[in-house]
Design a protein around this ligand. Structure first.
Ligand code: BGC
Length: 704
């Protein structure tokens, strides 16, 4: 933040020279997309999620916003012919446990945004995956606050290095899609601070995003956009956040939001009223909103523009799509999680007989998640099925397959094997064909998206029965999953391998073939627990599922900060696959874990060795397993370490003091006593425990 004072004083200086009309102009974004019932946006605006017209006399640029969680969006394909690099799901990025890759993907997104004429990127989704059914989990970064916070922060840092403002969203607890506008998420403040808020706090400290986007839902009774506790007390006061808070589209319900801490009304025409113009002017005139607060909101926007360099003139330019495709392939390949392998993989080491590929439209491409994050990919769209309901996007929702065919890629990777394809439409016929193959690869899919939650852990459309029929006919079967969430695997014992590929993006086909063939050694680790059954999870089903829009609903997040693997550890539950699980084609050893206090910081040191025959990457995970004498389970450190066969490397992890503490009253308290950590291969497979005695310590709410 070397130039932060500079940005602040520049912002104060510019704001002082503004007229009130100019000030109010910055406090709302306009829809930059034709919308039924609304006047069309100005013809010279590029169609996108939103725009804040600039003020040329003060060199304030237009703020040209684009959705961009997984790539630069072309909303409803309205910018004819405009494609962009479609990255894999956020879950895949999370599964890499690779902070450097997150940074580089942020750089890529920023560069592509700028080259297309955008300087505000509405990405950075990091709502914790509290529930296995949330329709947008695929966009987010898993269930752990450290993992999600670090990766989101790095991605933001990368994006802003390109002169593009980044956001983090949706602040906070937009953790299910069902009734997201009306849902009231209830949680204790301490539990919230230790979980979802901690993820935001870490991301904000690391990435210093120019803006934070509020959620749709209520939190403890107040809508996110008018939640003074979250926006003002926590974000701006406790954390000292200097940027601005924008709403989600259509999420502002009154002018009072401004005094609660919301700085900008997004897509203002979508709300019941354009609150942050006429009504806000009246509030200021009547003295109910202070002029200081008005200046504060404007300065926050301006300082973010200056801090990110978003006032550098935008000039559309060519994009190196070939280099960006490599990035998409790298994330997809690193993010794939090998869940099971009895030795059948990699295929390059296996037999040469005919292979039957079944289902998932694998002859065409790979599945994409649906909603405001869906990219029009460089590779083209192989199939786009207008499914209509059940999504809240109604008739516009489409099940899209990116044209990156795993079947083609497998043929290229293993040219000496004969591949054929069967849709799996008639399971008994498919099973009969499977009997004649030497190997069967089933592509199973679960489509997820914005506005719709999964109804269970079961793969939809009878795919379990298909897999069961195939394994009966041919036990030499493996399954590739493209799902937006965990699924049950009743056929797990009958298959030889399972690869979780998430929604793997525009290079997904090639990346799947990379991992199956052995060109890439898998190193992904699960960023979300795969339950054995719905009944293990805090909520077995999305509250309000199937209820009409507008119905009010309260969800009590009684698990508090025991999200995901912490819930399973606390209740002694064994999931199907634990958080952090993922296999490799080589083997690693963890040696010599030692804990030390340096200054007031806890530091862990150990070594990792590749004891197998192949180059590969391990992801040692450091878990806190005991805090002040109490059993706990918290990820306190992780790193992706790539090693040659026989290579050994020293690793050092510095532990964030908040992960050792609890939020009590007004700050973080680390209680005196014994603390023990262990290296894990997952949240369940924990190694030798190493202890240290820590003193009583109180930490402020802000960064320790
Ligand atoms: C989504 C946001 C998105 C916005 C603008 C909303 O529906 O929740 O994530 O940025 O639309 O497209």
């Amino acid at each position: 933040m070397a130039d932060s004072r500079d940005s602040d004083s520049r912002a104060a200086d510019t704001e002082a020279r503004m007229s009130d009309d100019e000030r109010f102009q910055l406090l709302r974004s306009e829809l930059a997309i034709p919308w039924p019932g609304l006047p069309p946006p100005p013809a010279h605006w590029k169609i996108s999620s939103g725009r804040v017209p600039g003020i040329p006399r003060l060199d304030i640029p237009d703020l040209a916003e684009t959705d961009a969680s997984l790539g630069i969006i072309n909303p409803f394909g309205l910018r004819e012919g405009d494609v962009a690099t479609a990255l894999p799901a956020g879950q895949a990025l999370a599964a890499t446990f690779n902070a450097n890759l997150a940074h580089d993907s942020g750089v890529m997104l920023g560069a592509e945004a700028r080259a297309k004429g955008f300087n505000v990127l509405l990405g950075g989704g990091l709502n914790l995956a509290r529930d296995f059914y949330c329709g947008r989990n695929f966009e987010y970064l898993g269930e752990d606050p450290l993992l999600a916070g670090v990766l989101a922060g790095e991605s933001v840092r990368g994006t802003q290095s390109q002169g593009v403002i980044a956001t983090v969203k949706h602040y906070s607890l937009n953790v299910q899609e069902t009734l997201r506008d009306t849902l009231d998420a209830r949680i204790e403040d301490s539990a919230h601070r230790e979980s979802d808020l901690l993820a935001f706090q870490i991301a904000i400290e690391r990435g210093q995003p120019g803006a934070v986007m509020g959620a749709y839902n209520r939190i403890n009774g107040e809508h996110a956009s008018s939640n003074a506790h979250l926006l003002t007390t926590v974000l701006k006061q406790d954390w000292g956040y200097p940027g601005w808070v924008m709403s989600d589209r259509g999420a502002v319900h009154s002018v009072e939001s401004f005094n609660c801490g919301l700085d900008q009304q997004s897509g203002a025409a979508l709300d019941r009223q354009v609150w942050f113009d006429g009504p806000l002017r009246e509030e200021v005139a009547a003295g109910r909103v202070s002029r200081a607060r008005l200046s504060d909101a404007v300065r926050r926007i301006l300082r973010s523009v200056y801090a990110a360099g978003a006032d550098r003139p935008l000039k559309e330019s060519a994009i190196d799509y070939a280099a960006h495709a490599q990035m998409a392939r790298e994330i997809a390949a690193q993010g794939m999680v090998l869940l099971k392998n009895d030795g059948v993989l990699p295929l390059a080491d296996a037999g040469a007989g005919p292979v039957l590929v079944v289902g998932g439209q694998a002859h065409l491409g790979v599945l994409a998640g649906y909603g405001s994050s869906m990219v029009t990919p460089v590779c083209g769209v192989a199939a786009s099925i207008p499914v209509g309901a059940p999504s809240g996007f109604g008739v516009s929702s489409r099940q899209v397959y990116f044209a990156s065919s795993p079947l083609e890629a497998l043929r290229n990777a293993l040219p000496y094997r004969q591949f054929s394809y069967d849709s799996g439409y008639f399971p008994q016929t498919t099973a009969a064909r499977a009997a004649h193959a030497s190997l069967v690869i089933v592509f199973a899919t679960q489509w997820q998206g914005e506005s719709m939650d999964a109804d269970s852990l079961t793969l939809p459309q009878g795919q379990d029965a298909l897999i069961a029929a195939i394994t009966q006919a041919n036990p030499n079967t493996l399954v590739v999953l493209q799902t937006g969430n965990p699924v049950r695997m009743p056929w797990l014992k009958q298959v030889r391998a399972v690869l979780q590929a998430w929604y793997p993006g525009q290079e997904g086909g090639a990346a799947i073939a990379d991992v199956l063939s052995g060109r890439v050694n898998p190193s992904g680790r699960l960023p979300i627990t795969f339950p054995l059954a719905e009944s293990q999870a805090p909520r077995a089903r999305a509250p309000g599922l199937g209820a009409p829009d507008g119905k009010s609903l309260t969800v009590n997040y009684f698990e508090g900060s025991d999200v995901g693997y912490r819930w399973y550890a606390k209740h002694g539950l064994r999931p199907l696959f634990a958080f952090g699980h993922g296999l490799s084609y080589t083997h690693f050893k963890h040696l010599g874990l030692k804990l030390a206090i340096e200054g007031s910081t806890l530091v862990a040191r150990f070594e990792v060795e590749n004891i197998g025959e192949r180059l590969g990457a391990d992801v040692p995970q450091l878990y806190l397993v005991e805090a002040a004498g109490q059993p706990v389970r918290r990820l306190v450190g992780f790193e992706r370490v790539e090693l040659q066969p026989g290579e050994r490397r020293a690793v050092q992890m510095t532990i964030d003091a908040r992960l050792l503490a609890r939020w009590e009253g007004e700050g973080w308290s680390q209680h005196a006593g014994r603390y023990r950590c262990a290296l894990g291969r997952s949240a369940l497979r924990i190694g030798r425990r190493v202890g240290i005695v820590l003193p009583q310590r109180t930490l402020p709410p802000s960064r320790p």
